[in-house]
Design a protein around this ligand. Structure first.
Ligand code: ADP
Ligand code: MG
Length: 356
């Protein structure tokens, strides 16, 4: 058996490196959209309008009415690690905003055609710029790459076209635009429930009707009703719990024992980021198992605020998972509160409990 000589090791081309890095952050259109929603909310917007074509693969457009972007910052806006939200490594300990690494826009510019139109309150007009591979590029050959003055309202419009156009294997992996659109509606729906004071709309390009539409002044229950229907909105219990010692506060809405569906809906926010946690989900499902018929599952909206220095938001490229200190104790405290709430309304059950 002959042993082959090792192949030589070579540095990858920077363009390839950027594309790989971008593909780790943005696996599907919904991940790009989540970053754009978070940016718009960070910018103090009270209205977010989202338009989607072909499940976001052809077009993702998000228009906000936030503070906009300064013209002077537009040249470096889409470079990797440029941000207005983080200055030192220590700042990671006190992250108050969704974004923090200055990677989202850069990543999108490496794998899509990106156009940004933005107006600040002290500018007399809006500016439009086109980006590719982190840099300003001319909209058409022969034109200037400089941001172009245009008419526009205060705020920012981000247009992402032809996502994954330059990574054909990734692009081909998406079989159904409908599936991608439902993932998008799911994420928009989560933020639409959570972000009080912000109006959301999300629709397919060319459609008159919105898939999601909420107003800025709607209450949490009204938002849930709008997105998840009256059958659940009519059966909700509000709850809140906190612990100084564990450094957390939790508030939310949970369905009562009258309501059950085949699959759990858990809208979980940790420090205002939509995240997933199997520990929290399992704990809550266990409590409900004793209150719901076999195979029945609850609806839960849970907003958890944990002292920023106890949370590590930087463990996952897509920021979907978050680590925090005293996870077991915090989950136990939340589960206990939910249990009390359910027991309090389930009078027949509390009766039997006091009898035995
Ligand atoms: P990060 O959010 O981590 O800072 P991004 O790449 O998502 O990085 O955004 C880079 C910067 O662009 C932000 O720090 C912010 O200053 C600006 N920005 C992005 N989107 C918006 C927006 N919708 N409105 C105002 N500023 C924005
Ligand atoms: Mg961001």
């Amino acid at each position: 058996q002959s042993i082959q000589a090792p192949r030589r090791i070579k540095a990858l081309d920077q363009v390839v490196i950027n594309k790989i890095a971008a593909g780790e952050i943005i696996v599907a259109p919904v991940h790009a959209l989540k970053e754009l929603i978070e940016n718009a909310v960070d910018a103090g917007s009270t209205s977010l309008e989202i338009v989607v074509k072909d499940g976001g693969l052809k077009l993702l457009q998000i228009t906000d009415n936030g503070h906009g972007i300064n013209l002077e910052d537009m040249p470096i806006l889409c470079e990797r690690f440029t941000t207005s939200k983080l200055k030192s490594f220590e700042d990671l300990n006190a992250i108050g905003t969704y974004g923090f690494r200055g990677e989202a826009l850069a990543s999108i510019s490496h794998i899509a055609h990106l156009t940004i139109t933005t107006k600040t309150s002290d500018s007399s007009c809006a500016y439009r710029a086109v980006y590719s591979d982190g840099k300003l590029v001319p909209p058409k050959p022969g034109q200037s790459a400089d941001p172009k003055p245009v008419a526009g309202r205060q705020g920012t419009q981000i247009t992402v076209e032809d996502l994954f156009y330059n990574t054909p294997s990734r692009r081909r992996a998406f079989r159904s635009p409908g599936e991608e659109y439902s993932k998008i509606l799911d994420v928009v729906g989560r933020y639409a429930v959570h972000c009080s004071g912000v109006a959301f709309s999300c629709k397919k390009f060319g459609d008159a009707d919105s898939g999601i539409c909420t107003t800025a002044t709607a209450s949490v229950i009204d938002r849930i009703r709008r997105i998840h229907g009256s059958s659940v909105a009519n059966e909700l219990l509000e709850f809140t719990t906190s612990s100084k010692h564990l450094g957390f506060e939790a508030t939310g809405m949970i369905s009562n024992a009258n309501y059950h569906v085949k699959k759990t809906t858990l809208l979980l926010f940790i420090n205002h980021r939509s995240v997933e946690s199997s520990a929290i989900k399992k704990g809550l499902e266990n409590v409900y198992a004793t209150y719901l018929p076999k195979g029945g599952h609850p609806f839960i909206y849970l907003s958890l605020e944990i002292e920023p220095h106890r949370v590590d938001v930087n463990i996952h490229p897509t920021k979907r998972e978050v680590n925090f200190l005293h996870e077991d104790e915090i989950v136990a405290k939340i589960v206990e509160t939910v249990e009390e709430k359910l027991a309090a309304v389930d009078t027949s059950r509390s009766y039997t409990l006091t009898q035995t």
